[in-house]
Ligand binder design. Structure first.
Ligand code: PGA
Length: 254
């Protein structure tokens, strides 16, 4: 059985004192054992969060990284640097990186390779725009994203990949994909991976849903057969709402 993952993507939110107050409260929570919990603070707080959560079953994840290990890339942070501060998972291909920062399929492919080379796991985001969905191109778009930046990988590396399906029209908009829409796309992604790789890889890869997951809709979304948890933006910024979503992913709380 695939373990559920709930990952909080803080984006560019929480300064140091807000991060400290989150962590102080977060550490007091009872974490369900059947859910892998991750938080992705800004680069500036990664080391602090890692130190603070060392004794707790929470992974600290980065929101991005550069594809080179070092060099003249002003303002960038490498996978090697992330590894050195205790980060072993990175989110790549988030739609905000693709659309606002112009990250192409090719750049993302290099970033994926660099993360794996640094022995990190990757949460690779895919998802269509509203226009794509209106034109019923969503499957084509998502397939292309996988093919262009992930499908060059040898099957032995696929155990380090987690997919996050995040329809752009549902991110930060309060609008969620219906549980049926999420299930349909997750099944499509799993089957696309099955065709490219194998049953074993398709059946074990974790596919998260992201896009306005909130405490009141998390349970229904997470109960879909091919949904293995969520990548949570807005609702991960407060301990209370994040923990409600974490608990919604746990079977023990049913
Ligand atoms: P949201 O963001 O939960 O605020 O919609 C999700 C994401 O972008 O990862």
């Amino acid at each position: 059985m695939r373990k559920k993952i709930v990952a909080g993507n803080w984006k560019m939110n929480h300064d140091l004192s807000e991060t400290e107050s989150f962590l102080g409260d977060f550490k007091k929570q009872l974490f369900p054992e059947d859910v892998s919990i991750m938080i992705a603070p800004s680069f500036t707080h990664l080391f602090h969060a890692f130190q603070s959560l060392k004794e707790h079953p929470v992974q600290v994840v980065a929101q991005n990284m550069h594809e080179e290990d070092s060099g003249a890339y002003t303002g960038e942070v490498s996978g090697k640097m992330l590894k050195s501060v205790g980060v072993s998972t990175v989110i790549l291909g988030h739609s905000e990186r693709r659309t606002i920062f112009g990250e192409s399929h090719e750049v993302l492919k290099k970033k994926v390779d660099a993360a794996l080379k640094n022995e990190m796991n990757v949460i690779f985001c895919v998802g269509e725009s509203l226009e794509d969905r209106k034109n019923t191109n969503q499957e084509e778009v998502v397939k292309k994203q996988l093919e262009a930046s992930i499908f060059h990988l040898d099957s032995s590396l696929m155990e380090h990949i987690i997919i996050a399906y995040e329809p752009i029209w549902a991110i930060g908009t309060g609008e969620t994909a219906t549980p049926e829409q999420a299930q349909e796309m997750h099944r499509f992604i799993r089957n696309t991976i099955r065709e490219k790789y194998s049953d074993a890889i398709a059946d074990s890869i974790q596919i998260l849903y992201g896009g306005s997951v909130k405490p009141d809709n998390a349970k229904t979304i997470f109960s879909q057969e091919d949904v293995d948890g969520g990548l949570i933006g807005g609702a991960s910024l407060k301990v209370e709402s994040f923990m409600q979503i974490v608990n919604a992913a746990s079977h023990k709380k049913e």
